[in-house]
Design a protein around this ligand. Structure first.
Ligand code: NAI
Ligand SMILES: NCC(=O)COP(=O)(O)O
Length: 338
């Protein structure tokens, strides 16, 4: 990897708050001591967003990402990709700009894979608009894994200063969770989480806690049996491998302050079980990080916020937290090779 290569920031859904957040993050570059980043976007999309925001942010189109480092202090560096020639309306997600959204992500990954970008930070995508345009991945997480190559198992982790969570299953209907949740899946995702907490987050002996699926973690098999048949064998296997793991725990009592002191990460059978506590504890400080990829990827924890796009009120805090986490991970990777 190039010494302190810039971060590649994707545009996300152009009709959402992503462009506004990129502008606001750049304006806070000194105050928040942000590492240089470059936005991967058609330049017109960002200049329109600047015009809408009423700010006076200089933009510099760069030919290669390495120029971003010197440009960053004076202007927002933009690595240009082809425009979709579609008018962007703030607050409206359109399948017509899907090609731009996808190319921005693909380019960022290409740069990170080549070592020209130290990390990929993604702005939120409107999944439904991409699906309408034929995108067949549930979200970034799965798309990034495909771009990374065969055999990549991505693990979604959301983190803020109070809690780290991993949803063991991600973007699937709730009714499919019990069938997708297997002992093998739990062991695999716990191993990746354990390895990443050690290597990318510097936790020498990570403590994992697994949430039960059923009320009261099954109440000894009377309210569901997955805890006994699927989850307990995974916990045993992981413990036999030397992983410090507890569970399955009743999910309703494992997120209060004293309970959180007992573990470094909570792994939960389904999406909302993991994301509700972390977003409730600190929505604006949360970061979504994908573990198990050969490159670093972080993202704000929130979505496209179409309801406030173009109004100038979107908070850039989560994007800034994502940029900072990516930068810290890149520094660590440079120092340790991890
Ligand atoms: N990493 C990604 O690409 C993500 C994409 N999404 C996508 O975003 C779309 C919208 O999802 P929603 O569930 O509505 O969640 P959302 O996070 O976009 O919005 C939820 C609420 O939080 C507010 N909010 C979000 N970000 C904010 C910010 N930076 N500052 C101030 N207020 C903010 C919104 O105005 C809204 O009231 C969906 O298509 C979803 O799939 C959601 C999460 C992550
Ligand atoms: N709920 C988290 C989310 O939707 C983010 O997904 P991804 O696009 O980062 O895979």
């Amino acid at each position: 990897m190039t010494e302190r290569a810039p971060i590649a920031l994707t545009i996300g859904e152009p009709g959402g708050i992503g462009p506004e957040l990129a502008i606001k993050a750049w304006l806070r570059r000194t105050q928040d001591e942000l590492a240089p980043f470059c936005l991967i976007s058609p330049v017109s999309m960002i200049t329109q967003a600047i015009a809408r925001s009423g700010t006076d942010v200089p933009v510099r189109v760069i030919q290669t990402i390495d120029e971003a480092t010197s440009v960053f202090k004076d202007a927002l560096p933009v690595l240009e990709i082809a425009d979709s020639a579609t008018e962007v309306v703030s607050g409206v997600a359109s399948p017509k700009t899907a090609s731009v959204v996808i190319e921005s992500i693909t380019k960022a990954v290409e740069l990170a894979t080549l070592g020209k970008a130290s990390a990929v930070v993604t702005n939120p995508i409107q999944k439904s608009a991409l699906y309408e345009a034929g995108f067949r991945h549930p979200g970034h997480t799965e798309f990034l894994a495909e771009l990374a190559g065969p055999g990549t198992i991505p693990v979604m982790m959301l983190a803020n200063s109070k809690l780290r969570v991993v949803p063991l299953t991600i973007h699937i209907p709730l009714k499919d969770v019990p069938t997708q949740l297997t002992t093998e899946l739990i062991v695999e995702r716990c191993r990746i989480t354990h390895h990443s907490l050690q290597n990318a987050f510097g936790i020498a002996k990570p403590r994992l806690a697994i949430a039960g699926l059923n009320p009261h973690a099954g109440e000894d098999g009377t309210m569901g049996t997955e805890e006994k048949t699927i989850m307990a064998p995974a916990v045993k296997q992981l413990r036999d491998e030397g992983v410090d793991v507890i569970g399955p725990l009743p999910a309703d009592t494992m997120f209060h302050e004293e309970a959180r002191a007992n573990y470094d990460v909570a792994l939960c059978p389904y999406h909302d079980q993991a994301l509700i506590p972390v977003k409730t504890l600190d929505f604006h400080g949360g970061v979504n990080v994908t573990l198990g990829l050969p490159f670093i990827r972080t993202s704000p924890d929130h979505g496209t916020a179409l309801d406030i796009a173009g109004k100038g009120i979107a908070r850039p805090d989560s994007l800034i937290a994502a940029l900072k986490m990516a930068s810290e991970m890149a520094t660590k990777r440079l120092a340790t090779g991890a």
